[in-house]
Design a protein around this ligand. Structure first.
Ligand SMILES: O=P(O)(O)OC[C@H]1O[C@@H](O)[C@H](O)[C@@H](O)[C@@H]1O
Length: 293
């Protein structure tokens, strides 16, 4: 049970579990249980808070825009928003009964020189005052992340949100994702809506699917040899993205290394990407848990 700060990285453990969060984007870059790493991290990922690119891998936070947003209020914001580019404040990490907790925070004060934040404010014609906080709770076989957003001053603040999680798998072709049966999805590569009728999703080509989760889809398992995880989330995270760039997509990404590592990863990402509005003074919270099964 320990907490160590090493430059921009905060490492903590509990029992046989270890985690590491980079201040850059408050990105969980490692989650190890009994010696096995469950998150994919590109060898070319830059974890420094000073770098201008987000971390390629781990679990960057997507906010306030998902993709190149279709929402009018977010059109001026870049793909996947800007908080993944910011150096978050590390607040505290402590070993408590049954878990180790690490807390991080980002507020509008840290974003004032960020062009994307400035563009976002222009839509509202005022400075957006907000605070985001991320709390990681590490247990011997699972990790929970709790995020909260406070809107301090905008009458109706609109945002999209996603945990952009890259899972490490021994072989993507041998991986199954279960729990999506009956969920409608948008195939983002073909801009076509479909219904998943299969109890198991296989990823065997370039994939970018956005699922709308129903009550029957609240437990998603990634089954891959000895690397099996169960994903759960609060009900307000009712969208799930499954993404793999495959060979051609990996080749186009400068920071995706080695290029062949698309075979050893898959993004399975819980979020709220339809757009949520938060009233002035309001707080929005969500939670996501990754359990080793
Ligand atoms: O390269 P980025 O900006 O991190 O995005 C990677 C992918 O992230 C996924 O969440 C999106 O569904 C994809 O469309 C996108 O390509």
């Amino acid at each position: 049970m320990s907490v160590e700060v090493e430059g921009d990285l905060i490492r903590f453990s509990y029992g046989g579990a270890r985690a590491c969060v980079a201040r850059k984007g408050c990105t969980l870059v490692s989650f190890v249980v009994n010696g096995d790493e469950y998150l994919y991290l590109s060898e070319a990922a830059n974890l420094s808070s000073k770098s201008s690119t987000p971390v390629r891998g781990g679990m960057p936070l997507i906010f306030p825009a998902f993709g190149k947003s279709y929402l009018e209020s977010l059109k001026a914001v870049q793909q996947h928003g800007f908080v993944r580019n910011m150096a978050w404040d590390f607040v505290i990490a402590e070993v408590l009964t049954e878990r180790t907790v690490a807390r991080f925070r980002l507020s509008h004060r840290q974003c004032e020189n960020e062009q994307q934040y400035i563009s976002w404010c222009q839509f509202y014609g005022q400075r957006i005052e907000f605070e985001l906080s991320m709390v990681f709770e590490l247990f011997p076989d699972h990790i929970t992340v709790d995020t909260s957003l406070v809107n301090e001053n905008v009458s109706e603040l609109e945002f999209q949100f996603l945990y952009h999680t890259y899972f490490r798998v021994p072989c993507v072709r041998d991986m199954y994702i279960t729990g999506l049966k009956g969920a409608k999805y948008l195939d983002r590569l073909q801009t076509r809506y479909r219904l998943d009728t299969s109890p198991m999703l296989k990823v065997e080509e370039q994939t970018d699917k956005m699922y709308t989760l129903g009550e029957a889809n609240r437990e998603i398992d990634i089954l891959s040899g000895n690397y099996n995880v169960r994903l759960t989330a609060s009900e307000n995270l009712s969208d799930l993205v499954v993404w793999n760039p495959w060979k051609e997509g990996a080749a186009k990404m400068k920071d995706f290394e080695p290029k062949s590592s698309y075979r050893n990863m898959c993004c399975v990402e819980f979020g709220a990407v339809e757009g949520t509005t938060l009233a002035k003074g309001g707080r929005w919270r969500c939670q996501h848990t990754i359990t080793i099964i």
